[in-house]
Write a protein that binds this ligand. Structure first.
Ligand SMILES: NC(=O)c1ccc[n+]([C@@H]2O[C@H](COP(=O)([O-])OP(=O)(O)OC[C@H]3O[C@@H](n4cnc5c(N)ncnc54)[C@H](OP(=O)(O)O)[C@@H]3O)[C@@H](O)[C@H]2O)c1
Length: 301
């Protein structure tokens, strides 16, 4: 598995996004099946796992996904110390089932402490602001992340679901190499994060593409939703999902797709996308990162 830079870390070019193992709309795998999937990701050479405190079946099980990752890393036969875990804070789940935002220092501080406990770690490798809280001044929240970093609770700072102006503010406030990553939606069916992807390239910030297969519903029918992916997959004798992973990686050395999977066979297949070399002809057929948003049924979390 080739590696790419993520702030101070070198991680596998393909990351594993674990949310599908905890969210209520997911396929509801047993804990054994879930852990087998994480182990398969690690065995395939993946050394970056993306999680979040709010990835949980319900409001009162927040931390579920982080605890699952800790358990999977603890029971894995390989060297878990080489695995970078990126988690997120700044979203909350309410009793009535809604997702809300809280970017206050008070909330982030207690969320970090809870994530450290859930993950069984002394420091969080990459702590990402899950989604900007429009009730807060953006720069103030970045200052809160700086404090968390100075306190030694988090190693690297990441942002998620942000626009170019916000990335620029964070880069200015955090200083050279201060912003490790931006995690935005980007897939064959959702290409409008092009400006943020480009800005990250210019500033040597890792761009973590979320739902890189378009989310669970789209992933099942990628071939029919975006037919060129089926054509190129046939050319290479591989799955359209594997082509989607290779296509994401081809967008730049700073792009790291975070593939979600709830089965060992699917994460193994997608991880192999890191080894798939697409030709110029393939890439021309698949199209680049354009400003055009191709409608999909995937939902954001
Ligand atoms: N920051 C944010 O706001 C945000 C929002 C959404 C997602 N994310 C991140 O992105 C990660 C991935 O997102 P996602 O799970 O929504 O979407 P995704 O990775 O685009 O799609 C996941 C689906 O792809 C299927 N799949 C994976 N590899 C496959 C293969 N080789 N062949 C066929 N199907 C394959 C999986 O099927 P099986 O279940 O059958 O394995 C699963 O249903 C999340 O875990 C999270 O880390 C972040």
């Amino acid at each position: 598995m080739p590696h790419r830079a993520l702030g101070p870390f070198s991680v596998s070019a393909v990351g594993y996004g674990a949310s599908i193992l905890s969210l209520p709309e997911g396929p509801q795998r047993t804990p054994e099946e879930a852990i087998a999937t994480v182990h398969a990701a690690l065995d395939a050479g993946i050394t970056l796992i993306d999680t979040a405190d709010v990835y949980a079946p319900s409001w009162d099980t927040v931390g579920h996904n982080e605890r699952l990752i800790a358990e999977a890393l603890g029971s894995w036969s390989g060297d878990a110390s080489r695995v970078v875990v990126a988690t997120k804070g700044g979203l909350v789940r309410t009793m009535d089932g809604r997702w809300s935002r809280n970017g206050s220092y008070r909330h982030l501080r207690s969320a970090v402490e809870a994530s450290l406990t859930n993950l069984g770690r002394d420091v969080i490798d990459v702590y990402q602001w899950h989604r900007p809280d429009r009730w807060q001044v953006f720069a103030d929240v970045i200052e809160s992340f700086k404090i968390l970093q100075m306190e030694g609770l988090i190693r690297a700072v990441g942002l998620s679901n942000v626009i170019s102006d916000e990335i620029e503010i964070a880069i200015e406030l955090l200083g050279p190499n201060g912003l490790a990553s931006v995690q935005n939606q980007f897939s064959p069916t959702y290409r409008c994060s092009f400006p943020e992807l480009e800005l990250c390239r210019e500033n040597k910030v890792a761009f973590l593409s979320w739902s890189p297969l378009g989310g669970a519903a789209t992933a099942r029918q990628l071939a029919s939703e975006v037919p060129p992916f089926a054509t190129v997959a046939e050319r290479h004798g591989v799955s359209p999902a594997r082509v989607a992973v290779a296509w994401a990686l081809a967008q730049g050395e700073h792009v790291i797709p975070l593939v979600g999977a709830s089965r060992p066979e699917t994460i193994r297949d997608s991880a192999a996308g890191a080894e798939l070399e697409l030709t110029e002809e393939d890439l021309e057929m698949l199209g680049g990162h354009t400003d055009q948003r191709i409608p999909s049924r995937s939902s954001a979390s």
